[in-house]
Design a protein around this ligand. Structure first.
Ligand code: SAM
Length: 261
């Protein structure tokens, strides 16, 4: 995976869908108490860790990821924003036995649970890591952002997503797990689920066009050899032209679950 584009894509998601991300942070803010220790599982480029530290001035965040590149980027951003005294990074493969994080008030996992080889085992580990009464928050994508709804290119974008879904399935990612049931089975109580349907009409800010370019560009790259050459050529043309279009919109669906140890 090209980490540079992945990092840019995650950062753009947080920037372009800032309202959704703020809503998500508010969930923790309302539930976590004044000085929570939050563990961000699969923290990636740091969108969650940084926003949590920014929005919750009393919080300490432990950002965990298997990727040293992601964590280096996250540390750089924490330093730039003056949040480095409250964010520490831990490099760990969460498919292996977890490090001891110390007492944990909140476990936050945004778009990362589906990466776990064995989600049931990861949820059990999350429960064991939390203090009694501690909060688990899981956010997942029901659908990746669509940018071309209602334009003549909608079918081509749909084809890209169909193929990308197939690839995720082949790679063993747990994209459409029943997280409500998994979380309940892992022994959490008071499990709740909130669904977000996000629709941003045009005209969109410049960052949204860049987000479209990066995400469709990454998917196009991965479709090499999987779709016909003519379709790849059409896609190249589409991706190249995205930066100057004024008919882009964003549609994506996400769900957030909470539970208590
Ligand atoms: C889609 S990104 C989500 C990043 C971030 N939470 C966000 O919402 O922007 C998933 C992250 O999970 C990490 N990850 C995947 N498998 C992992 C594992 N077994 N242990 C630790 N981190 C893992 C990846 O390196 C990546 O940074």
């Amino acid at each position: 995976m090209a980490h540079d584009h992945m990092i840019e894509m995650l950062d753009l998601d947080a920037e372009v869908l800032s309202d959704y991300h703020r809503n998500l942070i508010a969930v923790v803010g309302a539930e976590a108490g004044d000085h929570p220790h939050i563990v961000d599982l699969g923290a990636g480029s740091g969108t969650g860790s940084l926003a949590l530290a920014r929005e919750l001035p009393g919080a300490r965040v432990t950002a965990v990821d298997v990727s040293p590149e992601m964590l280096a980027h996250l540390r750089g951003r924490a330093l730039e924003e003056g949040l480095d005294d409250r964010i520490r990074t831990v490099e760990a493969d969460l498919d292996q036995p977890w490090p001891d994080f110390g007492p944990v008030d909140v476990i936050w996992a945004a778009s990362s649970m589906h990466h776990m080889a064995d989600p049931a085992r990861a949820l059990t580990a999350a429960r064991e890591a939390l203090r009694p009464g501690g909060l688990l928050v899981i956010a997942e994508l029901d659908s990746f952002p669509r940018f071309l709804t209602g334009t003549p290119d909608e079918p081509l974008e749909a084809l890209v997503h169909t193929e990308a879904d197939r690839m995720r399935h082949e790679a063993g990612l747990h994209m459409h797990e029943n997280w409500f049931d998994r979380i309940t089975e892992a022994g959490f109580s008071g499990v709740s689920e909130k669904h977000f349907e996000i629709e941003l009409p045009g005209p969109l800010p410049r960052a949204a066009a860049r987000y479209a370019e990066v995400s469709l560009g990454r998917m196009r790259h991965r479709l090499e050899g999987r779709v016909a050459d003519a379709q790849l050529a059409e896609l190249d043309k589409l991706v190249t032209g995205l930066g100057t279009r004024d008919d882009l919109t964003i549609r994506t669906e996400r769900t957030v679950w909470q539970g208590r140890r």
